[in-house]
Design a binder for this molecule. Structure first.
Ligand code: FAD
Length: 473
């Protein structure tokens, strides 16, 4: 039996944070969106430590802040590092950065099965047609344009769906990304492998840092230690690829052996038991995650989230990058669907902004992996790569909180207001990236966004579209 093709404005493959966010941002503009997800939610995923930019920026825009607040996730005020040349562990608070100061100075440690379900349910409520257990197989191409996809539905029936745009948000394992052209470029710096499991009864840092992520360097790499509830902890070893042989035998034994080589984590887990049943019962391995696709879009199709790139688990940038890419791509799709600007210009803006954020995290992480330096040097590195005018420690927190892009919608309200004032003040004559300031002056005090280049676009007032900066006229 053949089924007629279904018609949508936008079709999203993959229902993780990237897919659910882009689908919601487009559906909220009144467009018809179909999201196809291979698994049935809730499903397991790694990536549990979030950043304030996601919790207070993206979740607010998605209209899901209250639910996230009430979900019972562990509050993360910052991070604690046993890392670098100093003998003592050191901590940072998100509150230190003006970008997150006040009521937005924390994030959450989340069980991804719950967090991702919450975002997907929200997508449904906001008008996205979500179908689970539907695996997208390939794109439909006509006249050099992607026009839809072929997928297998939950009854095993082959179907087609057509749309003006197809979004590949199928993550790290994406096969669809091959249809975009170009290829994934794997990082020469980050070629790590992760081995991770879950423990009941691990110790907590003293208050107020009990919800912090703890990262501890050890001879083969480093450990993450993420409190997911009062008693459940996610523990992972990220090791250099030269240590891959150590992961070949029994994974649980390999993890125990590595924990024994890391006195701080061994001590935290001295009274804990590894979970051996259910969703968290497996010791898992992940590798080949550090890459960036060299093509972001083609006519009718765009990559979002891990399908386009991921750097490294250190500093927990994955969900931030995925949902930030979803916001940027949604602006491009919404603008192109309205016919206000050409898709080439819209997707070029997405790509330029995403690449800038990716490069900033990437360059900082390259320097941070040198553990022979001290925290002050790391802070200076963050200031250098972000070109932030704030003191070094604040620049560091602004970056690792997800605020390097200076995207107004991802930062605290107080910071946004202050930034507007500063930009206005600076536009009166002081030279500070003078070019941008002139542009800012030209589109007025009310503008929240600054273009990346003279002919770049800016986010419209609703944050969901691109506009010309006006200054380029
Ligand atoms: P995903 O979450 O992978 O979602 C993709 C979805 O697409 C899945 O639900 C999948 O089932 C679906 N799908 C796949 N194929 C198809 C298909 N053919 N058809 C339909 N659907 C399909 N990030 C953080 O923010 N914090 C962390 O602490 C962190 N730790 C990490 C540790 C490790 C070891 C690794 C490897 C990554 C970590 N990350 C972390 C990164 C994080 O896991 C990802 O960046 C994030 O999950 C990306 O979200 P996404 O929506 O792009 O992709």
């Amino acid at each position: 039996m053949t089924h007629p093709a279904e018609e949508y404005d936008v079709l999203v493959a993959g229902g993780g944070p990237g897919g659910a966010s882009v689908a919601t941002f487009v559906a909220m503009q009144g467009h018809r969106v179909l999201l196809l997800e291979k698994e049935e939610f809730p499903r397991y995923q790694i990536g549990e430590s979030l950043l304030p930019s996601t919790v207070h920026g993206i979740c607010r825009l998605l209209g899901v802040s209250e639910e996230v607040e009430n979900a019972g996730f562990v509050r993360k005020r910052g991070g604690t590092f046993a890392w670098g040349s100093g003998a003592e562990p050191w901590s940072f608070d998100f509150a230190l950065s003006k970008k997150f100061a006040g009521p937005t100075s924390y994030a959450y440690q989340v069980e991804r099965a719950k967090f991702d379900q919450l975002l997907l349910d929200n997508a449904r409520r906001k008008g996205v047609e979500v179908r689970e257990r539907c695996a997208v197989g390939e794109v439909i191409e006509e006249d050099d344009r992607v026009r839809g996809v072929r997928y297998t539905d939950s009854d095993g029936v082959e179907r087609t769906a057509r749309a003006r745009y197809v979004v590949d948000a199928t993550g790290n394992q994406s096969k669809l990304q091959r249809s975009i052209g170009g290829r994934r470029r794997y990082s020469e710096h980050f070629q790590n492998i992760a081995l991770f499991g879950y423990f009941e009864g691990g110790r907590r840092l003293p208050e107020p840092n009990s919800g912090n992520i703890t990262c501890v360097a050890f001879p083969s790499g480093w450990f993450w230690y993420i409190p997911l509830s009062d008693t459940l902890t996610s523990v992972g070893a990220v090791v250099r690829k030269e240590c891959a042989d150590r992961l070949r035998g029994d994974r649980a034994e390999a993890l125990s052996a590595m924990i024994a080589e890391c006195p701080i984590v061994a001590e935290y887990l001295s009274d804990a038991e590894r979970v051996t049943e259910g969703r968290y019962g497996e010791v898992r391995v992940r590798k080949d995650w550090s890459y960036l696709h060299d093509t972001f879009w083609r006519p009718g199709m765009v990559l979002v989230g891990d399908a386009v790139g991921f750097i490294d688990p250190l500093f927990s940038s994955g969900v931030h990058m995925s949902t930030y890419s979803a916001l940027l791509a949604a602006r491009s799709i919404n603008t192109a669907l309205r016919g206000e600007l050409g898709e080439r210009e819209c997707f070029a803006e997405y790509e330029a902004r995403y690449r800038k954020e990716y490069q900033t995290f990437h360059d900082f992480l390259v320097t941070f992996y040198d553990i022979n330096r001290d925290e002050q040097q790391y802070f200076e590195d963050a200031k250098r790569v972000t070109r932030d005018t704030a003191p070094a420690a604040q620049a560091f927190v602004g970056l690792v909180g997800g605020g390097a892009s200076d995207e107004a919608v991802l930062t605290a309200e107080s910071y946004r207001d202050k930034r507007k004032e500063d930009l206005h003040e600076l536009s009166r004559g002081v030279h500070w990236e003078g070019h941008k300031i002139q542009l800012q002056a030209a589109f007025g005090e009310a503008a929240d966004d600054v273009p990346l280049s003279a002919d770049g676009l800016i986010a419209g007032q609703d944050g969901m579209h691109w506009e010309r900066s006006g200054a380029s006229v």
